[in-house]
Design a protein around this ligand. Sequence first.
Ligand SMILES: [Zn+2]
Length: 404
Amino acid sequence: MRKIDLSNFQVATSETARDINRRIVLNLIRSHQPISRADLARHSGLQRSTVSVITEQLIQENWVKEGASGHVPRGRRPTFLHLNKERVRIIGINVRPVTTTLVLADVEAHFAAQESFPTPRKPEQFITEVSGRVRRMIKTHPEITYEGIGVSLPGRVDLATQRLVFAPNLGWIDFDLKASLERATGLPVELENAANACALAELWFGQHARGVNNLVAITISEGIGAGLILNHQLVQGSTGLAGEFGHASIIEDGLECSCGNRGCWEVYASNLAAVRYYTQSTSAVRTSKAISKRSDHTPTFEDVLRLAEQGNPRAVAAIQKMGHYLGVGIAMLVTGLAPDVIVVVGEVTRMWNRIEPIIASTAEKRLSNRYTTRILPSDPGGQPRLVGTIALVLQRHFGAPAVA
Ligand SMILES: [Zn+2]
């Protein structure tokens, strides 16, 4: 049960009840489509007449469409309802340090268009580039209503100011991305950290989300981020910085991290850690023909992963060590949060068959109590950061209303 926040509450009106029932019906249609009005009444417990009023309103607003007629032995044939996928389009933007990707998606997060470009070094250049591309996208598909823009970022957004804070890999510190992008495009903009976006993607569109109330998404790239969903709600903390488990120290007096702290989880379990393990294994560079051909002799994570997939023993050992430390951090998350599911996002999941047993055995050794958390890789074909940006905009209409 949630305590009533006396600094931020809404008293219930007759409008409140209507809004709650409308959102419940809209979500039931979304998850059970195609569905008849009779089944909506059965699933919701609402009167048939109330369901009819709500569905008429949703049809008028174009959120819902009537489809084929069903077959029943006797009486009137029911008409099935489904979401009107064509009603709105949402623009999703995934900003990563090197590349930015832009998609045009429908309410089911299917992408109708997708384009990528190198991420500009300065945020002002980014706004110019991305708003030009958004305008061209809208021009190409002018008949559609645009609901807004969702943005996934390799950093955290200050809850009070909506400014970008703590984005060490991007370097755009204290920039008002939301206001600038809204001004440049004329569309409402929602910003979110990449790990939070992945958690939202799993909650709204994931294959493991059914019956799940508590979910953690872990993004593993140059660093490590965590997106926490507890009791169906994204945890943001008082500042918006919640989820920075990548910078929780797991080894006191350990190696120095870019954040200034020592022994951070990401220093031992990120992609960069695996590259370091590989290059530190003394003769690694000499024995690898693939890498000795490279002019700079600096392997990337992709190189290490590919060599490991080919069975190179040093690369395999580096990935296994990374897997061990992933297990150490995952054990901390399971112990502290007891989520139903932990979803792991990142290139390393390509070797899930190899690292999953290591993660599991490392975690089990550290967990004294029986745990039921399922640890799963994200769908390799999915683009969770982008799907999450669509969920970000969509939850305005489909999310639970704030009451009391
Ligand atoms: Zn750190």
